[in-house]
Write a protein that binds this ligand. Structure first.
Ligand SMILES: [Fe+2]
Ligand SMILES: [Fe+2]
Length: 371
């Protein structure tokens, strides 16, 4: 396999992720909206209210029982060993590694909280009993996830003020179908990311540099189930999965993959500490996500295509060049940013034209988190 390995040196990483020293820095980082940072969303609540899941009623009811059973109700509590491990392990992190880990925690928290807010707003603004119940359960899970990460930020005295974040961050409006594509993908990719880390550290416990990773296995089953919910909604409304919508699906898969790839390449030390290399980690995650997405998307992007791989690498380089131009400032910096942004759009266009694989959807919609 032609895996293009790309390593950024620390100066480039710092350029891309910046430094977090104080709680104000951490909060500012969570609030900021860049191409790479997790966003907050709002949608058309009346259209959400009209959703019908009757065509998948049997699967839906089983899933709702799982939510009700709440097998993770006792999971997001720290044990005594947690504090001990934090006390011993955190002072051992190099300053560079500490920045990458903080970046990881803050962006993970922001995306967990993004789900929490969206699901909660939908819940409050609709009457449809099926969707309302689902949103209640998913908001419950995401609020636990966000709160659990925030405790780890508080260990560094860098807790995020979630109320303030909710008020200060910009919201992006997405029509429901875009919410389904994007949120389905981000739940499933979230599962794939967490389980890949968990399995790696299960094999190499000496590389578990923070206790939070011990929580990832049961945690990612929540994300898996959230993804299942959107899979059922889309399969119940099959017009979302054919015709011109396939162009949107292709766009969202590539946008989600590219964003993750560029963002992960700003954290080479974090992956190295876990015994990964960022590129290999990302392709493992792409592969799991693509396997799962066969339950719902009739097309699949070709992650082994040489052009796909070349474009991903190019997007990282352009992201570094864009950040360097921004730091330089002035007219030259402005021109540099415009040029690199145009090149990134062009590269994304090339990525979009890589031929996709087509597949028939399985009769059995539900999947199990077996990775
Ligand atoms: Fe979550
Ligand atoms: Fe989730």
């Amino acid at each position: 396999m032609n895996s293009t390995v790309l390593n950024l040196d620390h100066d480039h990483v710092e350029l891309l992720i910046g430094n977090v020293e104080t709680a104000a820095d951490a909060n500012a980082k969570a609030v900021q909206n860049t191409v790479l940072s997790p966003r907050f969303y709002t949608t058309d609540f009346a259209a959400m209210d009209r959703l019908n899941v009757e065509p998948v009623r049997a699967e839906w009811d089983i899933m709702m029982q799982e939510y009700e059973g709440d097998n993770n109700h006792d999971h997001f509590q720290r044990d005594a060993q947690f504090a001990e491990e934090v006390k011993t392990l955190m002072p051992q992190l190099s300053p560079e590694m500490r920045q990458e880990f903080l970046d990881f925690l803050i962006s993970s928290l922001t995306s967990e909280f993004s789900g929490c807010i969206l699901y909660n707003e939908i819940r409050k603004n609709i009457d449809n009993p099926d969707i309302k119940k689902l949103m209640t359960y998913m908001a419950r899970d995401e609020s636990r996830h966000a709160g659990f990460i925030n405790q780890s930020l508080k260990d560094f005295d860098l807790g995020i003020d979630l109320g303030q974040l909710k008020r200060q961050k910009d919201y992006t409006f997405f029509k429901p179908k875009y919410i389904f594509y994007a949120t389905y993908l981000s739940e499933k990719i979230g599962y794939a990311r967490y389980i890949t880390i968990f399995r790696q550290l299960e094999k190499h416990p000496d590389k578990r540099f923070h206790p939070i990773f011990r929580w990832f296995e049961r945690w990612c089953n929540d994300e898996f189930r959230h993804g299942e919910s959107f899979a059922l909604i889309m399969r119940a409304n099959p017009h979302l999965l054919r015709g011109g919508n396939l162009l949107w699906i292709r766009f969202f898969i590539l946008a989600v993959y590219a964003t993750m790839y560029v963002r992960d390449h700003t954290r080479p030390l974090l992956h190295e500490a876990m015994g990964f290399e960022s590129t290999d980690y990302d392709y493992k995650v792409f592969r799991i996500t693509s396997d799962i997405c066969r339950q719902v998307f009739p097309i699949e992007v070709d992650i082994d295509h040489p052009t796909f791989r070349a474009c991903m690498t190019r997007l990282v380089e352009l992201s570094v060049a864009n950040a360097a131009a921004k730091q330089r400032g002035g007219l030259i910096g402005l021109i540099g940013r415009a040029v690199t942004a145009t090149q990134a759009v062009f590269t994304f266009g090339r990525l979009y034209l890589v031929p996709v694989k087509k597949q028939a959807l399985p009769d059995d919609i539900r999947m199990q988190p077996v990775w």
